[in-house]
Design a protein around this ligand. Structure first.
Ligand code: TXA
Ligand code: MG
Length: 350
C-alpha cells in the first residue's frame, strides 16, 4: 500500500486535507494523526473490518482493546450503556484532553474494539487536528498509539513513518506533540475510580476534582507479572528501544556512583552503554557517554522528550541504557511507569 504523507498546519488545519482524510476514515481506511499526547492510528470504530486493519498494521495482539476517540461528549450516550455520575465532573474539567474514561459499553461498539470486554475506553483529544478530523469524519475513531506494537509511542510524524509507512493509507504530519506520553486511563466502572495507566492527567489533578482515586496495584510493581492487569495493554513489554534498559532507583548521588561503576564494567567487557541522566546529575558522569532527559524540576519536559530519546538510541547501536529514576509524583509517576515498563521491570535499588 502507498502511504500518503500529508503535512498540515496545526493552528489552522486546511479543510481540504481534513476532508480527504475524513473520507478515507469513513470508507474504512487507516489514518495516523497527531493528538496532544502521542500520534494515533485511527479507523472508524463502528466498522469491525476497518478496526481489524489497525491490529494488523501495528502487529498488536487482539486481546488489547482500543480507545475510542470522540469530538463531542454527547456521543457518549450512544457508546456507553451507562454514564457513571463521576464522569460529568471529569469531562467538564479534563475534556478535551489527555484523560481516557473506561465505562460500561453499549452495543454500538463492535467486540474487536473492546477485545470483548463489557467496558469501552473513550477520550476526547484536545489537539485541533484530531478534533477537526473526528468531527469531519462524523464517526467515533478507534485509535491506539501509531507505533509498531512494543515500540515507544510516536511523538512526531517521523516516528510514525518509521513504523507504519506502507501499512496505512494516510499519515497526517502535524509536527511534534505536546505531552509526549499517552493519556491517563481511568476506570470509572467501580465506586472508587482506578488509574489503569498513568499519563497526561495526574492522580493529584484527578483527586482534586473527584476525591479518592486508586492506582491499579499491578502498575508500578516489579512483580507485575504476578497480577492479572485490568488494562490488558499493560501486560506487554512496551515502550522498548532495541537496547536493554536497566533502571536505577535511590538517592541521586548513590545512583550516579553505581551507574558509573556498571558503565565502566560494561566498557571493560566491550558492551556499549549510555547513561540516561538529568540536568542536575549529568555533570557527575566524567568521561562517560551520557545524555540528559531534562531537569528534575520540570518533569513535563522529561515526559515530552522520553519516547523521542528512547527511539534515538536505536540509531546509535547502544546495547545497554543505564537510566536514572526521577521522583514519581505528578507526571513523574507516568514517566517512571514508562521507564519501568521499557526496562522490562529490570530495576536496581541502590
Ligand atoms: O494518549 C493516548 O491514549 C493515545 C492517543 C492516540 O489517544 N492512545 C493510546 O492507545 O495510547 P493505546 O491503544 O496505545 O493504549 C490504550 C490503553 C491500553 O493499555 C489498553 O489496554 C487500555 O487503554 N484499554 C482500552 N480499552 C480498555 C478497556 N475497556 N478496559 C481497560 N483498559 C482498556
Ligand atoms: Mg500504545
Amino acid at each position: 500500500m502507498k502511504t500518503d504523507i500529508i503535512k498540515i498546519n496545526i493552528n489552522n488545519p486546511e479543510p481540504d486535507k481534513l476532508q480527504h482524510a475524513a473520507e478515507v476514515l469513513r470508507n474504512g481506511g487507516l489514518v495516523a494523526f497527531p493528538t496532544e499526547t502521542v500520534y494515533g492510528l485511527g479507523a472508524d470504530a463502528t466498522n469491525g473490518s476497518a478496526v481489524s486493519g489497525i491490529f494488523k498494521a501495528k502487529g498488536r495482539p487482539s486481546d488489547n482493546p482500543l480507545i475510542v476517540h470522540i469530538a463531542d461528549s454527547r456521543d457518549l450516550d450512544r457508546l456507553t450503556a451507562l454514564k457513571p455520575e463521576v464522569s460529568e465532573h471529569l469531562i467538564k474539567v479534563f475534556w478535551p484532553g489527555p484523560l481516557t474514561l473506561v465505562m460500561p459499553r453499549s452495543s454500538a461498539i463492535p467486540d474487536i474494539v473492546t477485545a470483548s470486554l463489557d467496558s469501552v475506553a473513550i477520550r476526547m483529544p484536545s489537539h485541533p487536528v484530531a478534533l477537526a478530523l473526528i468531527q469531519k469524519a462524523g464517526v467515533p475513531v478507534a485509535a491506539p498509539s501509531a507505533n509498531s506494537s512494543g515500540k515507544p509511542s510516536p511523538t512526531c510524524a517521523r516516528h510514525v513513518i518509521d513504523d507504519l509507512d506502507g501499512k496505512v493509507d494516510i499519515i497526517i504530519d502535524g509536527g511534534s506533540v505536546e505531552v509526549g506520553l499517552e493519556s491517563t486511563v481511568l476506570d470509572i466502572t467501580s465506586p472508587i475510580p482506578v488509574i489503569l495507566r498513568p499519563g497526561g492527567i495526574t492522580r493529584e489533578q484527578l483527586e482534586s476534582v473527584i476525591g479518592r482515586v486508586d492506582i491499579c496495584p499491578s502498575l508500578m510493581d516489579s512483580e507485575a507479572g504476578l497480577h492479572v492487569p485490568k488494562s490488558p495493554g499493560m501486560k506487554y513489554r512496551h515502550y522498548a528501544p532495541e537496547a536493554r534498559i536497566v533502571l536505577f532507583e535511590g538517592k541521586p548521588e548513590k545512583v550516579c556512583k553505581e551507574i558509573s561503576r556498571i558503565y565502566r564494567q560494561n566498557t571493560g567487557n566491550g558492551i556499549k552503554s549510555i547513561v540516561l541522566a538529568t540536568d542536575e546529575t549529568v555533570d557527575c558522569y566524567k568521561g562517560i557517554d551520557v545524555i540528559t532527559m531534562g531537569s528534575r524540576k520540570n518533569p513535563d519536559t522529561i515526559a515530552s522528550r522520553l519516547f523521542h530519546i528512547l527511539r534515538e538510541f536505536n540509531d546509535q547501536n547502544v546495547q545497554v541504557i543505564l537510566a536514572e529514576s526521577i521522583e514519581d509524583r505528578g507526571i513523574g509517576f507516568a514517566v517512571m511507569n514508562r521507564l519501568i515498563k521499557a526496562s522490562g521491570y529490570n530495576v536496581v535499588k541502590v
